[in-house]
Design a protein around this ligand. Sequence first.
Ligand SMILES: [Zn+2]
Ligand SMILES: [Zn+2]
Length: 215
Amino acid sequence: MSLNVKRVVTGPFQENSFIAWLDDLSSCLIIDPGDDLQKIIDCIHKRNLEPIAVVNTHAHLDHIGAIAGLKKEFGISFYLHPNEKPVLDGYARDCAFFGMTPKETPEVDFWFGKEDLSIGDFSIQLVETPGHTPGGTCLIIKNHAFTGDTIFAGSVGRTDLPGGNWETLSDSLVKAMKIIPDDNILHPGHGVDTTMAIEKKQNPFLIPLLNRVNS
Ligand SMILES: [Zn+2]
Ligand SMILES: [Zn+2]
């Protein structure tokens, strides 16, 4: 069965929320649901999908706005890396910093453990990629990788927000390039989809790190 992915662009940061489902099955995962709750719900209803969980790459304010509403609407659980707790706890502070009104802070139901995740029919490989935030995680399902704000098409995540660190991020980028297969479709938290092969060839932040990938 292959994975279908629908991108919903939300909020002032043009954040990518993703809905992912396997062929022939109606159950779906929601990844990084940002601001526009109704837009995400409409997208799910239009395809007759049944959400079973929200799983996030990280907890920045632009990636979590719809979670509390989706939990209420569908009665589903929210999964997050434990090192994202300080980021989630800083939601109201970060919203004030960007002049935004915070929505309800979502409660985490399951903190990632050391093992990969198995939710319903979905097997999710977790690749811990701290640096943009302390608990940033890339999520690999089938031949798709949800890279959050770690890798973008042609760029990488900023490291100047609380908990960010360039040295840590560069180690994570090397790790991601080693683990995520070249043919994987990358779904970044902002901007368009790409592939690992394209980013290794064209991303100016990844190219200088390639010698560490092959060593
Ligand atoms: Zn972020
Ligand atoms: Zn973001």
